[in-house]
Design a protein around this ligand. Structure first.
Ligand code: ASP
Length: 438
């Protein structure tokens, strides 16, 4: 029997009405046995997220101000959901206990975590599932970093049970104090639970029907990505696409568990499947393009030297210059007599002059060219390299759109082609590439 871990984001649980949608989704599939909720999010534009209000309570209290009004807002939301759903969770009692703790100086993390805690209590009650406090499952080191080893031990017990709710976002340190992940951290809790129970799928329910093939602020109505591999996802998120953050999914990525991003408001949509690369052969995909994304703010330093390919240690000397200034590079495209360094402008900053001088001194090139204000655009798709004419289509589209390509890097990963263009051409390029392939 298949097993699924299902995580619901803040907007999925923003109101009683949405709690009902969530319940229907969970009950529609018996495999959905492990549930990880976030704290209620915004119901409408301009509304407040419970977590933000909790942080505000902490800030007010620690500055000696009254937080009564803010806490009242929080209480009303939870009590309202309890009432509308006809539950007898006694959330008012929980709220009173938390308020007492805030008044006696509870920590910021403890206060922020109560959003998920209360959401979990209500949802467990509503579903008739058991509530497992995340403080008993997720462990943090004394310095506040996440402790995966202990967490793996603590979460083993989950596999022996089913139909449970584990609130997202927090755990505890050895001394018993509550610690949260960074904002948005319920995704990590979901991934940890999915790994612990060896789920077949980790469903991440949110308010969109999956990841889009391009930024909707640039391309009108881009299509949803139906299947993306973990490494493609990494490329796209590196380029700034808003997808799940690598840090938040490493437990399932390592355990080779697929993620399915779904929309709570449109459960009929299949969403996006994120799969281990090795699973690709079991999926059918249309077209060669998985997604296109770009980022501004790079400088490309191109170094020319005749016969460079015969010179032992050239690359070493070049990169050593960056090393001395503690600057990392993004790409190093190279040819027979040229080598380029693609560096983020924010990292290069005031060091540029000095870096150029030292390259001149250590590498003795014929010339060095610097292009600032560059953007990188990655055209990502695993089948791309094997498909004939992809490059022609890509560069043809850019040419027709009037975009000047300054640099090309076809990563050895065989799944993307990166082009360097002027910052100002970014949107035009993304549009042109999307329409050439999608
Ligand atoms: N509620 C937390 C936040 O707003 C965690 C989460 O939703 O994942 O950041």
């Amino acid at each position: 029997m298949a097993v699924k871990t299902v995580k619901f984001g803040g907007t999925s649980l923003c109101s009683a009405e949405n709690f009902t949608k969530v319940k229907n989704i969970i009950l529609a599939d018996k495999a959905r046995k492990y549930v990880v909720p976030s704290a209620p999010g915004k119901r409408f534009p301009g509304d407040e997220k419970i977590t933000d209000l909790l942080y505000l309570c902490y800030a007010k209290n620690s500055n000696g101000l009254s937080f009564d009004d803010t806490y009242e807002q929080i209480s009303e939301r939870y009590v309202g959901i309890e009432k509308e759903l006809g539950l007898k969770t006694n959330i008012a009692q929980e709220l009173a206990a938390i308020k007492k703790n805030i008044l006696s100086g509870a920590s910021e993390d403890y206060i922020a975590s109560r959003g998920e805690y209360l959401s979990g209590l209500l949802l467990a009650d509503y579903l008739g599932f058991d509530f497992y406090d995340a403080a008993e499952l997720i462990s943090f080191h004394a310095d506040g970093t996440y402790d995966d080893e202990t967490t793996q031990k603590w979460t083993q017990k989950l596999a022996e049970t089913q139909n449970v709710v584990v609130p997202g976002f927090y755990g505890r340190k050895r001394d018993g104090s509550i610690k949260t992940f960074s904002r948005g951290g319920s995704d990590i809790t979901g991934a940890i639970v999915a790994r612990a129970v060896q789920a077949d799928v980790y469903e991440n329910w949110t308010d969109v029907s999956g990841f889009l093939m391009a930024d909707p602020r640039i391309v009108e109505n881009p299509k949803v990505i139906s299947v993306v591999t973990y490494s493609e996802l990494r490329e796209l998120s590196y380029m700034g696409a808003t997808v799940l953050h690598e840090d938040s999914i490493f437990p399932v990525r390592r355990a080779q568990i697929p993620i399915n991003v779904r929309n709570t408001n449109r459960p009929e949509d299949e969403g996006t499947m994120v799969i281990p690369d090795a699973f690709l052969k079991y999926y059918k995909r249309e077209g060669v393009l998985t997604g296109v994304a770009g980022r501004k703010g790079f400088t490309v330093i191109t170094v020319y030297k005749d016969n460079m390919h015969n010179e032992v240690g050239f690359g070493y000397r070049l990169l050593r210059v960056l090393d001395r200034y503690n600057i990392s590079f993004e790409h190093v495209p190279s040819g027979i007599d040229t080598m380029s360094l693609v560096v983020q402008e924010t990292k290069l900053k005031e060091h540029l002059e000095q870096v150029l001088r030292e390259i001149q001194r250590d590498c003795e090139p014929q010339s060095i060219e610097v292009h600032s204000n560059m953007a990188l655009v990655a055209t990502v798709g695993k089948g791309m390299i094997r498909s004939l004419g992809v490059a022609a289509r890509l560069f043809g589209a850019l040419y027709e759109a009037g975009v000047n390509v300054r640099m090309i890097d076809q990563g050895s990963s065989e799944m993307n082609i990166i082009v360097g263009i002027e910052n100002d051409d970014l949107n035009t390029a993304v549009k042109a590439i999307y329409h050439a392939f999608a």
